[in-house]
Design a protein around this ligand. Structure first.
Ligand code: 13P
Ligand code: SF4
Length: 351
């Protein structure tokens, strides 16, 4: 990366000292991640944000929903900055509050809303988390989805899982032992979700039709192809991948799980990793004694994560040095209150 920008970022951070805390998601670019005070998956970063009451500014190198969660979990006086406001998440955008409310209305009319527990993946807007908090539900991440679903099925007999159909299906089927027939797919763009009233009423697991455009690109072909090319390869994928990919893989887990699995792998072992490319490239560089490769032949960055680049980070930090808070992410008090209820339920999950 540009040495002048590196020096400017370092100087601005040094001037801000303890006033600023920089969080970096594992999918961030190398040029950005070098300035993170802590790196993590979305669960770890949510906890880290909540554990920094002394930092006046939290600079979130990640995407919009993560910065919103940080704002919800930090104190009123702390300000959360997202260096580029265009760093959204296409999956989070697939569940809009009005759509979720009409799905809930349909469940209410069928008389089953009271026994339905909404569960939302961290990758959702604050509005959706607020809805879930108001209606007795919980947030989950890819590292605690099983525990969140176990909890939800203790509270009710049905779950409405938002917005990632793959994480919902993979967790329900592979970790809770539900069958594919227990799950239905609710398409917010179709009347009635594209389901008959009976399907909606009887399903144990209502999956929202959302997905991650990055992880959704890995296919069964990618798995079969790498197995043919690299005998003995271990296939390790994120649970945002399609069900057939996760089923064909050897290991599945969150970003933090993937990192730990590679760290624990014996020298000389071969690993094909199905997650975002910035992370896979860093893992390969950090473990030259192991053969770490990307699961697919095509390049697969998260374009919105990549919007946070060094020029944007330098700009945000230098503005803070000048006493100006740019790109602040704020969640209104009412939404934040209810979203916090759902986030706190997640943080209190056992284990
Ligand atoms: P985790 O950080 O929870 O592994 O999620 C991956 C992801 O896609 C974040 O946007
Ligand atoms: Fe969203 Fe997928 Fe990018 Fe994560 S990797 S921010 S889920 S689009």
């Amino acid at each position: 990366s540009d040495p002048d920008l590196v020096a400017r970022a370092a100087a601005a951070k040094a001037k801000l000292g303890d006033k600023v805390f920089v969080l970096g998601h594992h999918y961030q670019r190398d040029e950005v991640i070098q300035f993170a005070d802590v790196t993590g998956d979305s669960f770890k970063l949510a906890r880290e944000a909540a554990a920094r009451p002394d930092a006046e500014y939290i600079v979130f190198c990640g995407v919009h929903f993560m910065a919103e969660s940080a704002d919800i979990l930090t104190a009123e006086r702390q300000r959360v900055v997202l260096p580029d406001l265009a760093a959204g998440c296409s999956m989070a955008d697939m569940a809009v509050l009005t759509q979720v409310e009409s799905a809930w209305d349909a469940l209410t009319e069928l008389g089953v809303a009271a026994q339905t527990v909404p569960v939302t993946y961290m990758n959702s807007s604050a509005d959706i988390k607020g809805f879930v908090g108001r209606n007795g539900g919980v947030v989950c991440t890819s590292s605690n989805a099983k525990r969140a679903l176990d909890w939800a099925f203790e509270q009710g007999s049905k779950v409405l899982f938002l917005p990632d159909q793959h994480l919902g299906r993979n967790t329900a089927v592979l970790e809770l032992g539900l069958s594919l027939d227990d799950c239905v797919l609710y398409d917010p763009h179709k009347p009635g979700g594209g389901l008959t009233p009976e399907q909606l009423r009887d399903a144990k697991m209502i999956l929202w039709r959302g997905h991650c455009s990055v992880h959704g690109r890995f296919t069964l072909d990618s798995v079969e192809d790498v197995r043919a090319r690299v005998p003995g390869v271990n296939v390790l994928v994120h649970p945002e991948c399609r069900h057939e990919v996760v089923t064909a893989a050897d290991h599945v887990g969150s970003t933090e799980y993937i990192i730990r699995a590679i760290e624990a792998a014996p020298a000389g072992s071969a690993w094909a990793v199905g997650t975002e490319l910035n992370l896979v490239r860093r893992l390969a560089l950090a473990h030259p004694d192991k053969q770490i490769m990307f699961l697919d032949k095509a390049v697969c960055y998260c374009s919105t994560m990549n919007r946070i680049d060094l020029p944007h980070l330098v700009w945000a930090l230098e503005e803070l040095v000048a006493g100006r808070v740019v790109n602040q992410i704020t969640v209104d008090a009412d939404t934040a209150h209810h979203a916090r209820v759902a986030l706190d339920r997640m943080l209190a999950l056992p284990g």
